[in-house]
Ligand binder design. Structure first.
Ligand SMILES: [Zn+2]
Length: 74
């Protein structure tokens, strides 16, 4: 899994805020109230609501412990 963070003035590229809710990391976009992306750091499952295909959403950060959970191979 790759998380890319791009600094861009492109208005179609939105940076999301992330927070943890139980087994999920949830991303919300300040500009898109309907947008929500959830990632299970346990299984890697992703669900997205309110996604607009013309807008690219990037996660702002994932705490180190969850990155470890996402990338651990053993
Ligand atoms: Zn957005």
């Amino acid at each position: 899994m790759e998380i890319s963070i791009r600094k861009s003035s492109d208005e179609s590229n939105h940076i999301c805020d992330s927070y943890r809710d139980g087994k999920w990391i949830i991303y919300h976009c300040k500009s898109c109230p309907d947008y929500e992306r959830r990632i299970s750091w346990e299984t890697g499952a992703v669900t997205v609501k309110g996604s607009n295909p013309s807008i690219q959403h990037c996660g702002q950060h994932i705490p180190a412990e969850y990155m470890h959970a996402l990338t651990a191979s053993n």
